[in-house]
Design a protein around this ligand. Structure first.
Ligand code: ATP
Ligand code: MG
Length: 282
């Protein structure tokens, strides 16, 4: 599945043919999205299109042969299906900053994983245009047995950066992370905050178009969080697209203009972030 297509051209045709598609069939294709999802403005093509996405998980109720045998005898189901996302649709334009809001278990992380391509939807489609950096789970994208230095190259390569480019930015990446002292230590010995520092630093030194951030900032200490937020604002000012998940509702509503509120896997509100927070708190 091609997730990082070349930067789009200026015509509507090239804009839509350059959207990367993650669908239930798992295929990558250029489809006639102009019919299904017309663009709201001729000037700004969407960076992310989520169309009627459903994702369900199987919840196992037995964890041993004995439990399975007992459940079979008692005619109890061995597992049930749980729908984490149920018909979610939205479109995010270039340069938008969007807070994905919702209570625990409402489907926010699942949505970010679908956008980043870690998961595929069961039905519906997720289309993205441009290079994506996802800061979704602490330690994701790092190899535990490699050092911080080696992991910078690994992580940068995953984000589409070449060796020379990474070498040129290496010192800046390390300086931003402030973990110079531990850069040659295997990352399995890193604390959660150190993982965040390295992952965030690599992501912001890469030419990304879309930045996905899931709660991970909360493991950073206050000075580093402030530094991250300042850098996120800078990236937004440069026209990057942001999708941020956080339970710090005041912070996230200040950071993002738009809020999409998920409840039980469905979109309950999509509009100004401050209103989304009010709806969530009501
Ligand atoms: N791999 C999985 N297997 C089974 N269930 C899953 C899996 N991933 C997510 N879920 C379920 O899907 C639902 C949505 O999970 P998700 O992690 O997206 O919620 P969230 O909105 O990010 O919650 P939180 O605010 O606690 O981070 C939850 O009920 C969760 O248990
Ligand atoms: Mg989550």
């Amino acid at each position: 599945m091609q997730r990082f297509p070349p930067t789009c051209g200026s015509t509507a045709d090239s804009l839509f043919s350059s959207l990367s598609c993650s669908s239930s069939s798992g295929s990558s294709s250029s489809v006639d999205w102009r019919v299904a999802l017309p663009r709201t403005s001729e000037q700004s093509a969407p960076r992310i299109v989520v169309d009627d996405v459903r994702k369900q998980f199987r919840l196992r109720h037995t964890h041993s042969i004995k439990e399975t045998a007992l459940a079979a005898v008692r005619r109890r189901p061995l597992s049930t299906e749980f729908r984490a996302l149920d018909g979610v649709s939205f479109e995010i334009g270039e340069g938008e900053s969007v807070a994905l809001l919702g209570f625990n278990g409402s489907g926010k992380s699942t949505m970010l994983k679908l956008i980043s391509g870690v998961l595929s939807p069961d039905t519906g489609r997720v289309l993205t245009r441009g290079r994506i950096a996802g800061l979704i789970e602490v330690g994701a994208g790092f190899h535990p047995d490699l050092s911080g230095r080696e992991n910078i190259f690994l992580n940068a390569a995953i984000l589409g950066m070449g060796k020379k480019e990474t070498e040129a930015r290496f010192d800046e990446i390390v300086a931003f992370s402030e973990i110079e002292k531990f850069i040659d230590t295997e990352v399995k010995h890193y604390s959660s905050g150190m993982f965040l520092r390295l992952a965030f630093s690599v992501a912001i030194h890469t030419e990304v178009d879309i930045l996905l951030i899931d709660e991970i900032l909360s493991v950073g200490d206050e000075p580093f969080q402030k530094k991250c937020l300042a850098r996120i604002r800078e990236l937004h000012a440069k026209g990057k697209t942001l999708v941020v998940v956080s339970h710090d509702l005041d912070m996230v509503s200040r950071l993002c203009e738009r809020g999409i509120l998920l409840r039980d896997g469905k979109v309950r509100f999509d509009g100004p972030s401050k209103e989304a927070v009010e709806v969530m708190r009501a």
